[in-house]
Design a protein around this ligand. Structure first.
Ligand SMILES: [Zn+2]
Length: 149
């Protein structure tokens, strides 16, 4: 399998993952409403409600973060930049992309970033959460200007 084919496969994985995350995030909100609807209104229930809200919002935060990274990876595919290290411009090895499809740094640059205390989420872009993501529907193989060697 060429690098280009492998990336197209990963694109399918990322889109499925993105859609699943969106469903979970949407579901979180509805299950939250159900919890509120079932509350009988006494003090204990109110306290439990608060805890449930907190857990749900923390889960939603983790999922939102992953969704942002996933959308960032799909955006880079649209731009033909997917799999190119943001640090040094090299091709990130496919094995790394398979393990971490939204990686934006090669292992060497990732280590340097971690060493500098930047953490591992330099690819996350919170503003992406505001996008509806529908503009990637027209991506085709020819849009991916990739080095297939
Ligand atoms: Zn690099």
């Amino acid at each position: 399998m060429s690098r280009k084919e492998a990336i197209l496969n990963l694109r399918e994985v990322l889109i499925k993952r993105r859609d699943a995350l969106r469903r979970v995030l949407a579901g979180d909100l509805s299950s939250l409403k159900e919890l509120k609807g079932q509350a009988s209104g006494d003090v204990v229930d109110a306290a439990l409600d608060t805890v449930q809200d907190e857990i749900s919002s923390q889960l939603a935060e983790v999922e939102s973060r992953e969704l942002a990274r996933t959308e960032n990876a799909l955006e880079r595919m649209r731009e033909g930049q997917y799999g190119v290290c943001e640090g040094c411009g090299c091709n990130i090895p496919m094995a790394r992309l398979m393990a971490l499809p939204y990686a934006t740094l090669c292992i060497k640059c990732q280590r340097e970033a971690e060493h500098e205390g930047l953490g591992s989420d330099t690819g996350a872009n919170w503003s992406r959460l505001l996008d509806d993501g529908s503009q990637d529907a027209d991506l085709s193989a020819s849009d991916l200007e990739l080095d297939v060697s």
